[in-house]
Ligand binder design. Structure first.
Ligand code: SAM
Length: 268
């Protein structure tokens, strides 16, 4: 890894190690991280429960992957992996940051599920041999690593032939999020600074990353703008300008500006 990318990975690590996805949704200060109340408190804000298509994707994939081995990249607090484990899929859950790994471990203990492994791993330099996994799952992660194509090459390397790369929520452009990203300084979900990396791509650019795969599914994931709990310039632009305007647009037009794009691709 060159020096510039190594520095970026260091910044990404430091940011996410202190901003584990989910912590920003804790509104009740008496709720202590790692307790059963904590996981229940933030659960509605987490991906599979907030975005129904993620749960549907887990359901569909788990039917194909029951008893098989999935690697999750960037597991955050482990909610996606948890849903796979509950459906009889073997899971290795990984994240760049020790804080995410520790909280995922605690989460699985409380839920009484057993992963194959839960460990730190950099998606850009995976500590696994070639052709190890039946599937690689990443949700909202690869565009935040500093080198998306490299992360996809690594995912391909550790997949068995015929294995499934199930990569949800790339950030698409043009999109309302792309516009917002360039308008204000604050991330709409976090009160403090933005993550150091959030790359936006056209659909063609994203599909080009998967040239050595067969595409099984490539979909825009469109939703009307949801409420956020934050204040600040970007949050206000979002709440008082973008959200009401966007939510009034006819569906067919609004969909052109969807910001999430997900790909399932088979290693050939
Ligand atoms: C937006 S969060 C998504 C978390 C989780 N997938 C979810 O949907 O709740 C991005 C996650 O990717 C992790 N991450 C960022 N760069 C990474 C890398 N190079 N390798 C592995 N994980 C990484 C971060 O630590 C963070 O947990």
């Amino acid at each position: 890894m060159d020096e510039k990318l190594a520095l970026t990975v260091g910044e990404v690590h430091d940011y996410w190690n202190t901003h584990t996805l989910g912590l920003q949704y804790v509104t009740d200060r008496s709720v202590k991280p790692g307790t059963p109340q904590f996981f229940a408190h933030i659960r509605p804000w987490m991906n599979p429960y907030k975005f129904p298509w993620i749960m549907e994707r887990i359901d569909r994939e788990a039917k194909l992957l029951k008893g098989k081995h999935v690697l999750e990249l960037g597991c955050g607090m482990g909610y996606d992996s948890l849903e796979f484990l509950k459906r009889g899929v073997r899971v290795t859950a990984t994240d760049l940051t020790p804080n995410a790994v520790a909280i995922t471990r605690r989460h699985f203990e409380l839920e009484k599920v057993q992963a194959e492994d839960i460990r730190t791993a950099n998606a850009l330099d995976l500590p696994f041999p070639d052709s190890t996994f039946d599937a690689v799952w990443a949700n909202g992660v690869l565009h935040a690593t500093g080198d998306t194509p490299r992360a996809i090459r690594e995912a391909r390397r550790v997949l068995k032939p015929g294995g499934r790369a199930i990569i949800s929520h790339f950030y698409r452009k043009p999109s309302w999020m792309y516009l917002l990203h360039h308008l204000g300084r604050e991330n709409i979900e976090y009160k403090e600074e933005d993550p150091p990396v959030n790359e936006f791509y056209t659909e063609k650019e994203i599909l080009d990353f998967f040239q050595d795969f067969e595409i099984a599914e490539a979909v825009q994931e469109h939703h009307r703008l949801l409420p956020v709990r934050r204040s600040g310039l970007k949050a206000h632009l979002y709440t008082y300008v973008l959200r009401p305007v966007y939510n009034l647009l006819p569906e067919s037009f609004a969909k052109k500006f969807a910001y999430k794009f997900s790909v399932t691709a088979i290693k050939i």
